[in-house]
Design a protein around this ligand. Structure first.
Ligand code: RIB
Ligand code: CA
Length: 311
């Protein structure tokens, strides 16, 4: 019996790895991306919103509505990450003006509208950037928390610590107050943190393997990953780029290749060296699950299988 595709809302800040994540989500018959909301993060909102629409168009999914959300974090001074994504935010592919305009309405309002209209615990939402949009939606309409059956976020670090400061991961550091609101909402949340993404990197042999696959999607993904590697290597002593945001979609597609533990995640919002740090307290039943490991070979096999099916 074939199950119907999982309806999905993705909030993101493309971003090279956000772009790869969107490609994977669009290629999978198991997922149905209903809407994309964009947030300021890796690059300013104008660019994350353009980049999301570019990926939709390149993947033949211009019908997926893209709603621009918050242009800045809730409280702190905005930070961006052009060093790792390029000035365009999507280094590795040629920039063009997407044909599809932004969908009318604000991303936060759209999250509230879609979640309010949904049945309890029926919605799956991915956050792959600063959590500003969902946090604002939760402040404006707290009841929407009960409509999210599964929240999957790329955020934080514990064993690994941080990637933008010694203690903080970028998505949380860019808006710690928003992350605190989201983690405090009691929503069943799976957290893909640096603890796991740093163990799954787009090593050159992985990229070379993608290039052997026919089709424009494989070439585009390889170009994005190669660009991400060049930027990561420049700032992180020659290391290759972790598969941060793609891990959220691969988790939904193949949870069995990951290990996770029940916990409660909190965020340090007081000023100081630990600003934006995530703290993980083990619990018996959640509400959060902290992913602790992934099978990297199986991870890339999921992606390659999707690309081969498009070849
Ligand atoms: O720390 C990695 C995260 O920050 C990823 O989501 C990347 O896109 C950046 O937003
Ligand atoms: Ca991101």
């Amino acid at each position: 019996m074939t199950t119907s595709p999982l309806p999905l809302i993705i909030d993101c800040d493309p971003g090279i790895d956000d772009a790869v994540m969107l490609m994977i989500a669009f290629m999978s018959p198991k997922l149905d991306v209903r809407a994309i909301t964009t947030v300021a993060g890796n690059v300013p909102l104008r660019l994350t919103s353009r980049n999301a629409r570019m990926i939709c168009e390149r993947m033949g999914r211009s019908g997926v509505p893209v709603y621009a959300g918050c242009p800045r974090p809730m409280l702190r001074k905005p930070v961006t990450a052009e060093d790792f994504h390029g000035e365009s935010g999507i280094e590795g592919i040629e920039i063009f003006a997407p044909k599809a305009p932004l969908a009318p309405g604000h991303g936060v309002g759209e999250l509230i509208a879609r979640l309010s209209a949904a049945a309890p615990a029926s919605q799956t939402v991915i956050l792959s950037g600063p959590m500003t949009n969902l946090a604002a939606a939760l402040v404006m309409a707290p009841e929407i928390a009960s409509k999210i059956g599964h929240l999957v976020v790329m955020a934080g670090g514990d064993r690994i610590g941080g990637n933008i400061t010694p203690f903080a991961e970028f998505n949380v550091f860019a808006d710690p107050h928003a992350a605190a609101i989201v983690f405090d909402a009691g929503i069943r949340t799976t957290v893909l943190s640096l603890d796991v993404t740093h163990t799954v990197r787009s090593e050159p042999e992985r990229v070379a393997s993608l290039r052997k696959i026919a089709g424009p999607e494989a070439e585009m993904m390889a170009d994005l990953l190669a660009a991400g590697n060049r930027l990561e290597a420049r700032w992180k002593n020659g290391q290759m780029a972790p598969m941060h945001d793609p891990s959220t979609v691969v988790y939904l597609l193949a949870p069995e290749i990951f290990e996770a533990k029940p916990c409660r995640v909190s965020v340090v919002t007081r000023p100081g060296a630990e600003f934006g740090r995530t703290k993980v307290k083990d619990t018996k039943r959640g509400p959060h699950h902290w992913v602790t490991s992934a099978d990297a070979d199986a991870f890339f096999a999921v992606i390659e299988d999707l690309l081969k099916a498009r070849a």
